[in-house]
Ligand binder design. Sequence first.
Ligand code: UDP
Length: 480
Amino acid sequence: MLQNVDVGRNRLDAYRATVGDEVLQDLRELAEPLAGARVLHVNATSYGGGVAEILRSEVPLMRDLGIVARWKTITGTEEFFAVTKAIHNALQGGTRGVTQAEWEIYEQTSARVAAQMEEPYDVVIVHDPQPLALPHLRGRGEARWIWRCHIDSSAPDPEVLARLMPLLDDYDASVYTLGSFAPPDVSHGRVEIIPPAIDPLSPKNIDLDEHLAVSIVDWIGVDVARPLLLQVSRFDHWKDPLGVIAAYRIVKRRMPDVQLALVGAMARDDPEGWQVYREISDAAADDPDIYLFTNLTGVGNIEVNAFQRHADVAIQKSLREGFGLVVSEATWKGTPVVAGRAGGIPLQLADGVGGYLVDSVEECAARVLDLLADPAAGRRLADAGRRRVLHRFLLPRLLGDELRLISDLLERHPGTPQALAAAGVSGEDRDPVCGMRVRPDSELQHAYHGQRFRFCSKSCAREFAANPQLFLRTASRAGA
Ligand code: UDP
């Protein structure tokens, strides 16, 4: 059996004060025809990282809407998760590759996992590469299959991609976070662009009184009277924790009072975590103003919430990134962000809202110093970022996008993957860069090779114009 994750309950009505009646009404209408549908989300870990964060919030809301939604995780040895992390890194452009012996481990565990999946489902949503082989090895059955890829796979290791591509033939649709994230020669079935979202009511993001936030950070042992920089992320080289320490050291030369907290989760499917933890610990050993906390020593959701509220600047110096939920989490709490120009981060910080995008340690330090010198400007940036999160990156929007896709797939004849990639739920106008729904009369348009594309913002229009080919592989139905 796959492991069932017990998610407790959540009520859609609780979101009314944040997103308004109309959004809730839309969700109820979308969900009505899906009442009783059996939807399974499968991933590799119930804690640590963005996918677990999203499913913990989304699955109970699906259930509140009458869908029989479940979340299950696959099990595997440390060896298996070392292989899947190598595949993850290769999809992100890492060059280490995956050996034949490692592929055999991947295939053996995948076969065992496939044999464990018993119940019938109407829709199975498979997250990331760890459970990717499930429909191939188990058979599609009556279900519609969706691969939800959270990784920027735009420049993958070609050999690793070539091994994974045949596994995608068994899927009805694959979903990427951004239009540019799909692999270069994606030719499997239908392709959707759906950015992730944060849950404004989860303990991680719920409103927390300023005094309470300060008390929590104080209790943990950080000096609340001195400036604080923060990075919250899995301990992963792509999140560049050593680069964050290097930027902090530059800042500290100008502002000796400054402190840095690195808060990192250990995820079950990420065996590199401890090694990176030790590297950070060594790098920080000579400086009592660098704090290192993990979910294993009690720094959980409420504590992360308090840190993200209390910090003067949230850093996310990623070199590669999926979406980077932590960016929206920080701006939602009114904290400006300095972040690497990677993956989904520019989407969250586009057009000068939320904070600054940086490309180097020096630039990171300079932007942090700017924000420390002018906190009022930082607050204005973060407020604009919060408005962006409200309109685009909250859970009800994500739920709506997924319900539309599920409805659309269930209306189709099973087992007929399309020959050509296609994006955009039928009948909808979508921005081919970020997947947002756009009004047909949007003035932000771009004509390319006889097709007209519409955009949600100037930054998306600019990004498309700079390199239309990057988005065309997922845009055949987004344009009209
Ligand atoms: N996170 C956490 N505690 C930690 C580190 C990370 O709760 O010590 C959470 C973080 O708040 C965010 C998620 O893990 O919700 C990370 O998601 P993101 O998309 O930023 O990165 P991923 O880990 O998926 O690459």
